[in-house]
Design a protein around this ligand. Structure first.
Ligand code: NAD
Ligand code: MLT
Length: 310
């Protein structure tokens, strides 16, 4: 049986597939047309966020049995199309939780202390100590939208920094939140109280442009916003307007609605805008975890007929 790998995973995972007797075809950077051709004869496909498995691509598969995501988000897979064809879809969410949470904290520090801007200024030969006055995190209120795996690790680390943590998550009970030291609040209360807001929800119909002009209007003056979850959860033009009028003092995005964003994207021109190219899970540790997990899951399914998520 053949497994097509269309986004890079570490060699440790490829080894597991090969040792189990599976043929592995590694083909990254495929165009949609090339992907349709390559998927035709595959029994399994392993992807990260770069590969878009649309209904059209999935329809082109003639013997595909499993779609496996080396990571968490499944927003790049048309789940209905996979379901129609009886294709099993699996992910391995735990492996990059800590890395995504740590990246969120890095973004929070970068925003609070203007680290990227100050470094750019110093490297350009300037010494601008007054311009880059920062803010402390201790005592500030962090608002977490989505208190799942990543959101709860962020909460734990923020409590260690002596921040107050409030969260909005309709699927978490106040008791569960309070055990984590977090106060569960409504979305409007979170907007009203948070000095810093961070997003950790999946991208779905319900969360598309969850953060929009109306939400910015309800936030505190000078709020900081972080999105290390998924592009599309924040309306980027509304964010641009909110930064221009000073409502949002700084924003950090690891993810964009279109990746990579166009080079003339207005946010990229803003000085108080910090960004990274979807690096939340890009650590050696997380990539090793997900490569091992995804490969083992695919072998378990294709070779042993066992379905499980890590
Ligand atoms: P998770 O499923 O453990 O947590 C998501 C939480 O969001 C759940 O608790 C759920 O109840 C909550 N939720 C769902 N809908 C909501 C809504 N409308 N409002 C508020 N909360 C809602 O997922 P996770 O492992 O914490 O990952 C979260 C997301 O982070 C993933 O879906 C993925 O898109 C993204 N992610 C990004 C990176 C990166 O590289 N930047 C890495 C890993 C994950
Ligand atoms: C994820 O959802 O796990 C992230 O997008 C990480 C990634 O695959 O880069």
């Amino acid at each position: 049986m053949k497994v097509l790998v269309t986004d890079p995973i570490l060699p440790d995972g490829i080894e597991i597939l090969k040792k189990a007797g599976l043929e592995v075809e590694e083909r990254t950077g495929l165009s949609p047309e090339e992907l349709k051709e390559a998927i035709r004869e595959a029994d399994g496909i392993i992807i990260r966020s770069g590969t878009k498995l649309t209904a059209e691509v999935i329809e082109a598969a003639e013997r595909l049995k499993v779609i496996a995501r080396a990571g968490t988000g499944l927003d790049n897979v048309d789940l209905e199309a996979a379901n129609r064809k009886g294709i099993v879809v699996m992910n391995c969410p735990g492996g990059n939780t800590n890395s995504a949470a740590e990246h969120t904290l890095a973004m929070m520090f970068a925003l609070a202390r203007n680290i990227p801007q100050a470094m750019t200024s110093l490297k350009a030969g300037r010494w601008e100590r007054k311009k880059f006055m920062g803010r402390e995190l201790m005592g500030k209120t962090l608002g977490i939208i989505g208190l799942g795996r990543i959101g709860s690790v962020v909460a734990d680390r923020a409590l260690g920094l002596k921040m107050h943590v409030v969260a909005y998550d309709p699927f978490v009970t106040p008791e569960q939140a309070s055990k984590m030291g977090v106060e569960l609040v409504s979305l409007d209360e979170l907007y009203a109280r948070a000095d810093i807001i961070t997003l950790h929800v999946p991208l779905m119909k319900e969360t598309y442009h969850l953060i929009n002009a109306e939400s910015f209007a309800k936030m505190k003056e000078g709020v900081l916003l972080i999105n290390c979850a998924r592009g599309g959860i924040v309306d980027e033009m509304a964010l641009y307007e909110a930064m221009k009028n000073g409502k949002v003092a700084g924003a950090a995005l690891d993810v964009f609605e279109k990746e990579p964003p166009d080079p003339d994207h207005p946010l990229l021109k803003m000085e108080n805008f910090v960004c990274t190219p979807h690096l939340g899970a890009s650590t050696l540790e997380a990539q090793k975890n997900v490569a091992l997990a995804v490969a083992t899951q695919v072998v378990d399914f294709l070779v042993h007929g066992v379905v499980r998520n890590a």
